[in-house]
Write a protein that binds this ligand. Sequence first.
Ligand code: FHN
Length: 458
Amino acid sequence: MKSSRLPLHLRILVAFLVAVLLAGGSIPSTAASPDDSRMDWWRDARFGMFIHWGLYAVPAGKYDGKEVKGIGEWIMSRANIPRDRYEAYAPQFDPQQYDADTWVRIAKYAGMKYIVITSKHHDGFCLFDSAGQYDVVDAPPYGKDILADLRDACERHGVKFCTYYSIMDWHHPSQKPAKMNNGRPVWNPTQMIDGQKQQYVDYMKGHLKTLVEDYRTHVLWFDGEWPSWWTDQDGQELYQWLLELNPESIVNNRVGAGRKGMSGFTQEGSFAGDFGTPEQEIPATGVDSDWESCMTMNDTWGFKTSDKNWKSSQRLIQNLIDITSKGGNYLLNIGPKADGTFPQASVDRLRAIGQWMSVNGESIHGTQAALFRPDWGRVTRKDGTLYLHVFDWPSNGKLTIPALSNEVRRVSLLASPETTLNLNRDGETMVIDLPSTAPDDIASVITIDTKGEPALSK
Ligand code: FHN
């Protein structure tokens, strides 16, 4: 008669697992921890372009002739538009002036190292050749693969191609509106129809596999994860699945339920995702984890004709410096028009940023967070150099910084490296003698070359 006792090797394994649990440990997940070096290009990049584009660019904020409040890409939910009425925008989406090379050149000139485009937003319409029919390739009249063109242009110009993907889907039959308002659908947050979730998860995985394998996306920028039917467990599984698909992929923290509201950082505990995603805000202080602040240039992500509340180029450049000085990335948004062109106000601001970056880009790309945060501006550092970004040029021509413990080799201006500036130590501070005029109205960069990594004397 076969003995009921467990074979020896199994008894040892059970004993080990019990010991781990009793010691309050957790059973180590079998999932390999992703190789951190895949984040290197992303950390060096510091600056990227966000693109919100889709059918919502057709109504551009108006429905039935009336202005619809709120962000343009939410018009389907804000105007309670039934699916069949919203689908009617597809035949009107015909971006004849869309030129991927022009878009990428504009981004590259501005100093943006990667582009994150909405492959599918909450409205469910895909800007790539999905297996389904509700996409730009199968929906006449345009019928061309917008994302393939952008991928190719990015690869031609050495810019990283990345994709935004919404988990919530106002168009997919597995989901129904949150509620009805006078018989009209309020889509957000959708409810999952019983028994339909797995079918939708498979639908998403089909898309994501295509985006990873055929479109070679470098970052999966998830969003729309807040409906209650999407759990953190779902997020963890999808995260692992994506890294098995391509271990080089980078995934944001909106894949699961880790995000703490609009501040965008991940709650305490083990949540899936590689970087935090503050939205429309910049943390007050530096943050010692990977994070990226996404922001609009006006008040909408998707194009909206009436939204002219554009931030100044000065604001955008100083935001980039502020975010970099705190160890973060800046993902600055464009909402293209339905004809495929960028709003002129966006082009003007990217050109102004590009002019500043063409002189000062080295004080942004590949830099680390500051050692101190002065009133007159911000500071970044890279290797043996400190970059002082002066927003308010001192009228007395004297700029004071905390004393460094390193030997200072040379102090100069990034805009005119042949210029040497005097620096005098005064106890716990150092004082730099500046020219009377600031080289740049928005931010003038002073470089301090030190012996070894710059460090504060106390
Ligand atoms: O609802 C979206 C919104 O449309 C836009 O995509 C932003 C960009 O990060 N994210 C959501 C709001 O948090």
